[in-house]
Write a protein that binds this ligand. Structure first.
Ligand SMILES: Cc1ncc(COP(=O)(O)O)c(C=O)c1O
Length: 375
């Protein structure tokens, strides 16, 4: 397979570990091994007993059981564990799609959600989001672009990079369009549980539809990206078998230590999620104040969920130049929209990290130095 460079990941690889402030991370503040072990009394003793042989290919049964509890209507044998959401997406696309299939993908998007399909030779229709419309999606567009060869609708709610979350009613209508047309829905739900109002949380597509595929991960809402533990939850048995079989050509099985920590974290998920939501809501208040203060420089659509937003830069010709200059002057990393193939006007800002207030001060310093703005 020939596949294009993954722009956003390459940008991170180049800068993330050499800057003082990463102000565009999508994952929440992480936990140390010590902090995780402190969640349960005998955990250190249990850790010492973990055997470091190969593990079960589908995932540790205890882990699959814990993951299944995140859903209303999914059992452990409808869950497969992978190395991150990334492997789950890669394998799903490879077993499910073939050349000339058509998919419709919410856009902008995390690149693997459309690039793997492109590399396979699929026709990809971008279901465009626009800040002029507060990132709202248009269901009429979706319905009118479904064809005989459409195999899948790919969505990501809460959304990377805009923080958009549709209403429950919208989501139901979307799933109904898929049902009426007998097409699959791949739902990337890696930011689920980071809704600012719990009542707005959407059901997982695997709970709603037998052709719904839900993708989850420990990286984002749980802040445990270094575990590299993600999963697929799906009712479709044939697809489940195909995905499981392909995994023998990628990672075969998961890290025993990562599975141990993922089980521990999921058993204590409300503590973890609540800590992360606290960080996010505090940081988001600061961002809201900041962007309202600098209205002349930025267009700000306040996100509804998640740990990232996608403001528009109203000055400068190029947001990429802006980000690179900020990096050079203040060692603050923002993610330009060019890495999403979404023009050169927006940037991704992340607010799941504890040091965000400090990073934001540096950004403010920078814009005060560069632009004539109110002090
Ligand atoms: C929407 C979305 N899906 C999947 C992934 C991949 O997650 P992971 O790195 O945990 O595999 C990301 C990571 O940024 C993401 O934002």
């Amino acid at each position: 397979m020939r596949i294009k460079d993954f722009k956003l990941e390459e940008y991170f690889a180049k800068y993330e570990f050499n800057v003082k402030y990463t102000l565009c991370s999508s994952d929440c503040e992480s936990f140390s091994v010590d902090e995780l072990l402190a969640l349960e009394q005998d955990s250190l003793e249990d850790l010492k007993e973990v055997s470091l042989g190969y593990t079960e290919s589908l995932g540790n049964p205890k882990l699959r059981k814990e993951i299944s509890k995140l859903y209303d209507n999914i059992s452990a044998d409808e869950v497969i564990v992978f190395s991150g959401a990334e492997e789950a997406i890669f394998i799903f696309m490879n077993v499910f799609l073939k050349k000339d299939d058509h998919i419709i993908v919410q856009y902008p998007a995390y690149q693997s959600l459309y690039e793997i399909a492109n590399a396979i030779g699929c026709k990809v229709t971008k279901w465009l989001m626009d800040d002029e419309n507060s990132w709202e999606l248009d269901l009429q567009f979706l319905e009118s672009h479904v064809t005989q060869s459409t195999k899948c609708i790919v969505v990501n709610f809460p959304h990377n990079p805009t923080g958009y979350l549709p209403t429950k009613d919208f989501y139901e209508r979307l799933v109904n369009i898929a049902k009426r047309n007998n097409i699959y829905v791949l739902s990337d739900e890696v930011y689920k549980f980071l809704e600012y109002r719990e009542a707005e949380r959407l059901a997982s597509v695997c709970d709603l539809y037998d052709k719904g595929i839900s993708i989850g991960v420990m990286s984002k809402s749980f802040g445990l990206a270094g575990l590299r533990i993600g999963w697929i939850a799906a009712k479709d048995k044939e697809l489940y078998r195909a995905v499981a079989s392909f995994k023998n050509y990628t990672t075969i099985c998961n890290s025993a230590l990562s599975e141990f920590f993922a089980i521990l974290a999921l058993r204590n998920r409300s503590i973890i999620i609540n800590r992360n939501l606290d960080i996010i809501t505090n940081n988001l208040n600061l961002l809201d104040t900041f962007f309202n203060k600098y209205k002349d420089l930025f267009k700000w659509i306040k996100p509804k969920a998640g740990s990232i937003a996608f403001p528009r830069l109203l000055v400068n010709d190029s947001v990429e130049d802006f980000c690179l200059d900020l990096l050079k002057e203040k060692s603050v990393l923002l993610m330009p929209s060019t890495n999403y193939d979404y023009g050169d006007r927006h940037f991704r800002i992340g607010f799941g990290r504890k040091n965000m207030p400090e990073a934001l001060k540096k950004l403010e310093e920078y814009i005060k130095e560069k632009y004539e703005v109110l002090n």
